[in-house]
Design a protein around this ligand. Structure first.
Ligand code: MN
Length: 415
């Protein structure tokens, strides 16, 4: 499949991708668009010009400042919408490409727009589904010989996070304050977190699910998944360590989480499927699944210093998951818990087998016992004020098409 647009081979947004996002500009109010190469295609304009005829979308869905309205239409309509946009951009389809005045209205350089928070997130859940990450944390904080807790291989463990503080890429992240306990022998103190960290994750956005009380099976799960984003689950390790017993993460996590602005559909990732690990012991029947539910998406994390020096400090892959999204969604709803359109379910930190592939500073610095060296010679155990954390991810299809997520970045500020 080729496009009549000139798309660079290293662009995340090939014609095989067509992710959805919300953008605005000096002259345009926030609305829905798709990324193609270094351009945005304005779906409101396509609708007005008649290119989205016979699709079940109203103009109001596309001039909305979030993707929730199109997500609410369900998997089938969203699939048709993406395929229509893709078709209009194909070199063998003359409809749009021959109408220069329409092209001029519908396509806008990404450099001229501001990306907005793509989804109004109702509920946010964070899983803990990478085995190597769970092992690393267990080894550091509990017992190296029993790193995984007894439940870990029987269920995709998760906690309910905070949706209100999920922000779009580019939003500054203020270093949080809270209770710290630097000296285990002394009472806690109040102050700025000293152990600020990132977590390399992917998150998926749901379509409206079933009514309260009804479970979604692993076989049905993909019908309820709209698409995925890169996700940085910022974490204050010192606040987290003191607060988390017995009810789990709270203020060490909920000050900010950053998402990439383009939502890559599950359909676009279809060619990147790979087999997951053999799950031993065998899972309970409701967690069994058919087909491949893991995805080969290479992931990278950079720290960019205040002087603009970038160092890639982690290279991981979304395939390093023990539990996949089908299992996560089946587990989340097995008790009858309902999901809604625009919910965000995140993977948990994605760490591979090798130290270079660890997805947090906690692991890269092994709880602050090692220093991570940056390209300018400076050293980090955790994230410093003024640092920008940038995450990227992409995969390649068998046909050689690049399916990427762009990036999610956030700069740490302090006052
Ligand atoms: Mn997390």
């Amino acid at each position: 499949m080729k496009s009549w647009l000139n798309i660079s081979a290293d662009s995340d947004f090939s014609i095989a991708n067509i992710p959805f996002g919300v953008f605005k500009s000096d002259r345009l109010a926030a609305r829905v668009g798709c990324a193609i190469g270094d351009q945005v295609i304005d779906l409101k304009v396509l609708h007005v010009l008649g290119y989205l005829e016979n699709l079940p979308f109203e103009l109001s869905d596309l001039e909305s400042p979030s993707l929730n309205a199109i997500i609410a239409r369900g998997k089938g309509p969203c699939r048709e919408l993406r395929l229509r946009v893709q078709k209009l951009l194909r070199s063998d389809v003359p409809d749009l490409q021959r109408k220069e005045h329409h092209v001029a209205q519908a396509l806008i350089p990404q450099a001229e727009v501001t990306m907005c928070m793509p989804v109004e997130i109702g509920d946010y859940t964070d899983f803990y589904s990478s085995e190597q990450h769970a092992r690393n944390v267990g080894m550091m904080f509990r017992d190296p010989d029993n790193a995984l807790l007894p439940n870990w291989k029987h269920m995709p463990v998760a906690y309910h996070g905070r949706a209100s503080s999920v922000v779009v890429s580019g939003t500054p992240v203020r270093r949080p304050s809270g209770q710290l306990k630097p000296d285990p022998e002394k009472p806690p103190v109040f102050g700025k977190s000293r152990l600020l960290d990132f977590e390399l994750e992917m998150g998926f956005i749901t379509h409206p699910g079933k009514p309260l009380g009804e479970a979604i099976t692993t076989a049905q799960a993909e019908e309820f998944i709209f698409g995925l984003v890169l996700f940085n689950d910022w974490s204050a390790r010192d606040i987290q360590k003191w607060e988390y017993v017995p009810l789990g993460p709270f203020l060490g996590k909920n000050f900010a989480s950053s998402v990439s602005p383009w939502v890559v559909t599950l359909d676009a990732l279809d060619d990147l499927r790979v087999a997951g690990p053999v799950q031993e012991p065998a899972v309970l029947p409701y967690l069994e699944y058919e087909g491949h539910g893991h995805y080969n998406v290479g992931l990278e994390v950079d720290i960019v210093t205040p002087d603009g020096v970038a160092t890639t400090i982690s290279r991981s892959n979304f395939r390093h998951m023990y539990w996949n999204m089908k299992q996560q969604l089946a587990h989340h709803t097995v008790n009858g818990c309902n999901i809604r359109g625009g919910d965000l379910l995140a993977s948990g930190t994605i760490s591979g087998e090798t130290p270079e592939s660890y997805g947090s500073m906690l692991e890269l610095s092994w709880r602050g016992t090692k220093e991570v060296k940056l390209a300018d010679g400076s050293l980090r155990k955790f994230i410093a004020d003024g640092d920008t954390v940038v995450m990227r991810g992409h995969g390649m299809t068998a046909a050689g098409d690049r399916i990427g997520f762009g990036s999610v970045s956030g700069t740490v500020t302090c006052d």
